[in-house]
Design a protein. Structure first.
Length: 228
């Protein structure tokens, strides 16, 4: 019995090691090559195709220089104001989110940085498990050590969800404003940033009172934000 447990643990550790190497190699490749898809995009496409078998995602990669500076500022203001300063984890933000969730008795705040969100979107499922959170932390560490902040933000802005089947800044700009990512103005950028926590809901409900207020708050904060 003990021999069997040792054998199982050895195999488990080997599998974990191989998976970390696989993740590391992908990140090294993406330092100067663009991801064609992400784990989250693949999962969403599978769900959408259950209803519409011929469905495709709306997504078009655009380089960092062709994404509006307003959108970069808005997203950082909304999602991770200390993005250029921290090394992947905003410990103050995590503590604040924990206190809010404890007070409410449910999850109302995340505290995840842009780097953590990218780690999750690139590799992981949407299920909240201790293993997933631990792996998210490892991937975040790898991203921060191997990529510049500029590259992390560039990938993030090209792969995050912005509506039903809508991924990335270019597709979002076309979907909501019939323009391109470079042409987004401050108000448009703030509105897109405000949608990030619940993009499929706001794809249908595009002018709720909360969304309007949140977008206005983000726009007011944008001038204070540093971008890579």
């Amino acid at each position: 019995m003990k021999q069997g447990i040792k054998w199982f643990l050895s195999l488990l550790l080997l599998w974990i090691f191989i998976y970390q190497v696989w993740v590391l190699l992908h990140i090294l490749w993406w330092v100067d090559h663009n991801p064609e898809s992400t784990a989250f995009m693949d999962a969403r496409l599978e769900v959408i195709q259950e209803r519409r078998p011929d469905a495709k995602l709306q997504q078009q990669w655009v380089p960092y220089a062709r994404i509006s500076t307003h959108l970069k500022r808005a997203v950082i203001a909304a999602e991770d104001s200390k993005f250029v300063e921290h090394e992947g984890f905003d410990w103050v933000g995590i503590e604040t989110a924990f206190e809010k969730n404890l007070k409410k008795g449910k999850i109302v705040a995340g505290g995840s940085t842009i780097s953590q969100q990218l780690a999750k979107n690139l590799f992981l499922s949407g299920h909240r498990t201790p293993w997933r959170k631990a792996q998210e932390a490892v991937i975040t560490f790898m991203l921060e050590k191997l990529m510049s902040k500029r590259r992390i933000l560039e990938i993030y802005l090209n792969v995050i969800e912005w509506g039903e089947g809508v991924f990335g800044a270019e597709a979002a700009a076309r979907h909501y404003f019939h323009g391109n990512a470079r042409a987004l103005g401050p108000a448009q950028a703030a509105r897109l940033a405000a949608m990030i926590p619940n993009p499929r809901f706001y794809d249908v409900h595009r002018s709720t009172r909360y969304l309007n207020r949140h977008a206005a708050t983000i726009q007011a904060r944008m001038r204070l934000v540093k971008i890579p």
